[in-house]
Design a protein. Structure first.
Length: 269
């Protein structure tokens, strides 16, 4: 009798386990979709905010070298996915000067990528002009062995401090703030990097780095935001940029009300 019960229990579990797994997957996808909707609703209430990726469209992006976005980039279950197969870096169509960029990122095992800012076109790659927020699996990629090139770093210039990194397969929350010469990197709610572009400290680090002879590196006052093809599978979602608008003495945006120029926002059409 006991064997019969165990046998029937085993068959029951075999039958219902896939259904339970499917239900849990649907629940997780539903939660992710609800989170995206909440982010978009919040952004819609902020004047001047640009939702760069809403889980359904890549209209705000183009290829770095070409208008067309490479085949390695796709939208999968509301996520921006790069599958590692090639296709080149992508950049925003708009250019931004002073801004707050928020996004979530998730890596696969051993993966490496990056987000670069104030990027100009016409070079071999975005990193010739744009400094980089490092996206990385610290445990399995060799760059994780050097704090200067670990996840959240201002790549090869400033190491992240007091960071908490989610494991492979889980989402990390990131924020990049650029306001004049000040740049901040945030990771999972903590500011991990702060630097002053062109300062004595910056110039000392720059002179000791591989970027020392790159004439355009981190010199643009505005530019595109780039997401890197580094040959590994990575995911992004909830990509939102909030321009930082300078105010004059009367509290209005410099250059006039709702001025895009005040935050360095430009559109390539």
């Amino acid at each position: 009798m006991r064997l019969a019960v165990l046998f029937l229990t085993g068959w029951f579990l075999l039958l219902v386990s896939p259904q339970i797994s499917f239900a849990l997957q649907e629940q997780e996808e539903g939660q992710a979709s609800a989170e995206q909707e909440a982010v978009q609703e919040e952004a819609a209430g902020d004047e001047g905010v640009v939702v760069l990726f809403d889980g359904s469209s890549l209209d705000h992006f183009r290829g770095y070298h070409n208008e067309e976005i490479g085949a390695g980039w796709s939208i999968e279950e509301g996520m921006l996915k790069f599958d590692g197969s090639g296709g080149g870096d992508i950049i925003t169509r708009e250019q931004f000067g002073n801004f707050e960029l928020t996004f979530e990122w998730m890596v696969t095992e051993g993966a490496n990528s990056g987000v670069m800012y104030r990027v100009s076109t016409g070079d071999g790659a975005p990193y010739f002009s744009g400094a980089e927020y490092q996206i990385l699996d610290d445990d399995q990629h060799r760059d994780g062995g050097n704090v200067l090139t670990s996840a959240g770093s201002l790549y090869a210039m400033y190491a992240p401090e007091n960071k908490t990194l989610q494991p492979v397969g889980e989402w990390n929350e990131a924020k990049i703030v650029l306001n004049g010469a000040t740049v901040e990197h945030w990771l999972n709610g903590v500011k991990v990097v702060e630097a002053e572009l062109g300062s004595e400290d910056w110039n000392t680090r720059l002179a000791a780095s591989k970027f020392k002879d790159w004439e355009k590196f981190a010199r643009n006052e505005s530019g595109h935001i780039a997401f890197q093809d580094h040959g590994d599978t990575v995911f992004y979602r909830n990509i939102v940029v909030r321009p930082i608008v300078e105010e004059n003495d009367s509290g209005e945006a410099a250059g006039g009300e709702n001025s895009a120029a005040a935050s360095g926002v430009r559109s390539d059409g």
